[in-house]
Design a protein around this ligand. Sequence first.
Ligand SMILES: [Zn+2]
Length: 218
Amino acid sequence: MTINHHPDDATIMAQAAGVLGEGFSLVVAAHMERCPRCLERLAEAEALGGELLAELPAAEMAGAGLGDVWQRIHEAPAAEPPKLRRPSSSDGLPAVLTPYLDGGLASVRWRSLVPGIRQHVLHGIDSGRGSVRLLGIAPGITIPHHTHGGGEMTLILKGSYVDEIGRFQAGDLADLDPSVHHQPVADTGEDCICLIATDERLRFSGMFSRMLQPLIGI
Ligand SMILES: [Zn+2]
């Protein structure tokens, strides 16, 4: 498997520090089950955190920014990221999702939103005003153009899609900040199954899309 899209460095550092939101942290951990590159960078970030804690005077660590993040590693040992494990299911479901979907992807109780788009919301995950959900997109179907009130993190579990940023295949993670405006199109012969975490509601543009908003609720 070739993975071309990864979480950005700030996300990996936040994961190492245990300060990423629970929903985003779950998506990053699911990506890392398949991505040795990011697992290595996580280890580096954790090591860097330890070094900074050892070298910086306490007064500097108390300031804003990176020092503050690393200080929170020190102060909040309970906020560790999810344990990284190898995928336990053969159908592409990351191991970190098995507590929410113990029957694997095959057991997901999908809800159809519009023809070609189905979703399943994962409950019991703290995501602020956002959510963590699985989205199934049939080949050739387009997710309406939208931007984000907050961040959006999407991990491709099966199939692939194309948007303004590029082509995203199984294992790829799209780490989008609020400025990104995109319109993914599922592009292969099989459904594209994604794990999506947000911390705010998405904002659709265009009248048709705005009419869809209450229905989709993402
Ligand atoms: Zn990666």
